[in-house]
Write a protein that binds this ligand. Sequence first.
Ligand code: PGA
Length: 240
Amino acid sequence: MPTPLLVANWKMHKTNTDGTEFLNTLKQQSWPTDRQAVICAPFTLLPLLQQSSQGMTLQYGAQNMHWEEHGAFTGEISPMMLTDLGCTYVIIGHSERRQYFNETDETMQKKVHSALTHNLIPIICVGETLQQRRDNITNQVIKQQLNTALTSCSTEQLQQVVIAYEPIWAIGTGEAATPAQAQAVHVVIRQFVSAATQIIYGGSVTSANIQQFMAQPDINGALIGGASLEAGTFIQLVKY
Ligand code: PGA
């Protein structure tokens, strides 16, 4: 069984002062050794995480990156800039990036390939809209997204990636998928990767529902937005 992976997605939240406070609270806690905790922070907080996570069983990463190593791409961040700051993970293809910044399955593929080349673990996000679920094409949508995103991955790389199933209708709405709905899609995803690959669920995860998700055989962790912003709640989620 893969180690349970709890990933905070802070989105566009927290200044340096907020981040410092959060990490100070975490430092006072004892951490379970059988869990993997990750914070995906805004770029501006990565130096803080680099300094403050030392001695903690906490890893961190970014929420996006460009696929090129450098170049004339105003406003973008490269994989080398992330590894330079000690990042281990990077979220790729989050639905908010698709919705507001025109990201596609094709850009996701380039980013996945680039992340793996630079020893970053991509957290690859897939998920259907409410309409697609109503039209009964959820599995088809997920397969299409994964087929494109994972095209260039070797068998070995398929064990290194993390797949996050995030139904778009469940993100930030307070209306999580049921554990059974999530498990059913995770089974579809499992066919693309290996038994050792971490497949995590995201979409309105809270300390009230985390346990039910983690009880499902193919759910190996969670990608947590809103509920990860408060240190006490994040700790509860890690210790579910
Ligand atoms: P949420 O966000 O937990 O606030 O629903 C999850 C995500 O977007 O990764």
